[in-house]
Design a protein around this ligand. Structure first.
Ligand SMILES: [Ca+2]
Length: 471
């Protein structure tokens, strides 16, 4: 018959053993707590600066005429994603897609349908938002600025509120106050600062206009006074252009509505637009300096991007919505003390849908398998500069009131294929034709390329649930 140790007749030995086990368990507990604390303090903070209607050429590092020294300095110490495309070039659909990590027709919020977002993501909790994921993981999630999706506290932000001032002054002030609060930084944080600038109406203060006095802005090679009538220049229903116009600069100059817009009119508009961006740049600079003084910037990943681009008379258009570069391509960079490859440009295409998986990945949160974007973590934290996507897609559908109605494009490093709801098509070679002046769709030698891009778009249709019938 075997006798277990606990049946040992020597109580002193048993007591000693119990003490040893107790000490060991306590040591394990301490180690585990220390490890968890270490993991927690290691989790990065996030500051997302999300601008409104800022086209990719309207930032200093892409265009020396634009005065953005603070953003240029941050981007220069970070990684610039040079070919970044919004999932949808319109405010509400873009915001909903970034926050859910899904293309608009998949998450159901297209065009300007705020009601759909509130129904699906607030009431029905169809998909968790980026803010939900981080809040559930113990982050302090803070929102300030333009929501356009209802009350941000209803979709995962624990603190903050919407501000609708077009100068963004209250939005930045509220973030500054949040940073000053006792206990700030005890938990990791996500600050989502959704600026309204440079969205119309433009209200540049004189000091920012003064920066551009005497500058003769060159007209873009694709400037026109009025748009062409092809379907993929439509910004609403087939055959209907909206092209929001420059009379929205109500606080600056009473510029005449358009189109047609004269070169003089568009130059004045460009001045007001850039001046507004310079104001935003100064606000960002002040915020970064404040964070640096708290000592929290070192462990903060700063993500800067715009929800969509904007036409500055390019192709005769204002507004956005179409699939042209000015509309779908956005400034996007990521800054952080821990990043590798600082000061470089990543030349492969990326999507605004990559923001959510990148943030989750950096925060150590498992990625759900339904996401449409991909994590950029390897690009940020290693020397890996390999391709993330074979192609990205953008869609602007539902503007005319029906799902599927509108435009979609597939974009790879050099090529773009556009399909409109009236089955008009365009093919552009962006390397040789960055202003998209030469539609190659009918050129025979590109037949196999077009077939491949159409196949990519058809694959995306299956993935994202595009309601359009392809022919
Ligand atoms: Ca916008």
């Amino acid at each position: 018959m075997s006798i277990s140790f606990w049946q040992s007749p020597a109580p002193a030995v048993r007591k000693l053993f119990k003490m040893a086990v107790g000490c060991f368990s306590f040591f394990l507990l301490l180690s585990s707590c220390a490890e968890r604390a270490q993991q927690k303090t290691d989790r990065p903070n996030f500051l997302v600066i999300f601008t409104d209607d800022q086209t990719y050429r309207a930032i200093g590092y892409n265009n020396k005429l634009v005065k953005t020294p603070n953003l240029d300095a941050l981007a220069g110490q970070g990684i610039i994603f040079d070919k970044a495309f919004t999932a949808s070039p319109i405010c509400v659909a873009s915001r909903a897609s970034i926050l859910t990590g899904l293309y608009p027709q998949k998450n159901g919020t297209v065009a300007l349908n705020t009601h759909s977002f509130i129904q699906r993501e607030v009431k029905e909790r169809q998909y968790k938002t980026l803010a939900h994921f981080l809040a559930d993981a113990g982050y302090a999630t803070y929102f300030s600025g333009k929501s356009h999706l209802g009350d941000p506290r209803d979709y995962g932000f624990l603190f903050g509120e919407e501000s609708t001032d077009f100068t963004d002054t209250p939005s930045f002030r509220k973030v500054a106050d949040f940073i000053k609060e006792p206990g700030f930084g005890e938990k990791p944080y996500l600050i989502w600062l959704a600026a309204k600038q440079p969205h119309l109406p433009l209200k540049p203060q004189q000091q920012w206009i003064d920066l551009y006095e005497g500058v003769d802005f060159p007209l873009a090679p694709n400037f026109r006074e009025s748009p062409l009538r092809e379907s993929f220049f439509n910004q609403g229903l087939p055959g209907e252009n909206l092209y929001l116009n420059s009379d929205y600069t109500d606080n600056y100059k009473n510029l005449s509505a358009g189109p047609p817009r004269s070169p003089e009119t568009i130059k004045e508009f460009v001045k007001a637009y850039y001046a507004t961006i310079s104001h935003l740049d100064a606000q960002v600079g002040a915020l970064i300096r404040q964070l640096r003084l708290t000592g929290k910037l070192e462990n903060t990943i700063v993500i800067f991007l715009s929800d969509n681009g904007y036409f500055l008379g390019n192709h005769g258009l204002g507004n956005k919505i179409t699939m042209h570069e000015e509309s779908v391509r956005v400034p996007f960079f990521i800054y952080g003390d821990r990043l590798k490859n600082k000061g470089t440009r990543f030349e492969q295409v990326v999507s605004s849908l990559d923001v959510l998986p990148t943030v989750l990945d950096l925060a150590g949160i498992p990625l759900p398998d339904y996401l449409h974007g991909k994590s950029l973590k390897n690009v940020l934290l290693s020397d890996d500069s390999s391709q993330i996507h074979d192609y990205v897609v953008s869609e602007c559908t539902g503007v005319g009131g029906q799902l599927g109605q509108g435009h979609r494009m597939v974009r790879n490093r050099n090529w773009k294929y556009i399909l409109s709801d009236t089955n008009q098509e365009a093919l552009y070679n962006l390397e040789e034709d960055p202003y998209e002046l030469n539609n190659l769709i009918g050129v025979k030698e590109y037949g196999s390329l077009i077939a491949r891009l159409k196949k990519d778009l058809a694959d995306w249709k299956s993935l994202a649930g595009d309601k359009k019938e392809y022919h």
